[in-house]
Write a new protein. Structure first.
Length: 153
């Protein structure tokens, strides 16, 4: 499995979020549930990072990320939104694919390497098309884990 971050089937979800803040809260809730991290802390850190500038990556993708205490290594989560929303992305395109990353507070370079790997993955147009076409969480996880494993090899 990928050496840059932990990504498990339970960390993939389908959500309806009408706003950027609702999407960030959905990601915080997913991280809290799957990785047993305090929800208030996650919300605070993800929103603090978002306040510094949109994590709307472009082409329908956002990559909200933050560093939090108590983690041993970076962990990832993925949410496909029911309808695209305004995320303040650099290209102005609405977002419906949200790939989150949280890392240990002192992770520096490891956090940046994991972010770079996620951004490369999400720039792949065939991966994006497959994710948009997928209808179930297990399909989404299978698509993502296959590409993550391929790229880590």
């Amino acid at each position: 499995m990928n050496s840059l971050f932990t990504f498990v089937p339970e960390a993939v979800g389908l959500a309806d979020a009408a706003t950027k803040s609702a999407a960030i809260e959905a990601m915080a809730a997913l991280f809290a549930r799957v990785y047993a991290i305090d929800l208030d802390l996650l919300s605070e850190r993800l929103n603090e990072r978002e306040a510094m500038g949109s994590t709307g990556f472009g082409r329908g993708v956002a990559i909200p990320h933050a560093r939090v205490p108590g983690l041993k290594r970076p962990v990832a989560g993925f949410i496909k939104l029911g309808k695209p929303i305004d995320f303040g992305a650099v290209d102005g395109a609405p977002v419906n694919l949200v790939f989150g990353l949280i890392s240990p507070e002192q992770s520096g370079v490891a956090h940046l390497h994991a972010l770079a790997a996620i951004s490369r993955l999400m720039r792949d147009e065939s991966v994006q098309a497959s994710l948009i076409a997928a209808r179930r969480e297990d399909e989404l996880f299978g698509l993502l884990s296959n590409v993550i494993d391929r790229d880590a090899a």
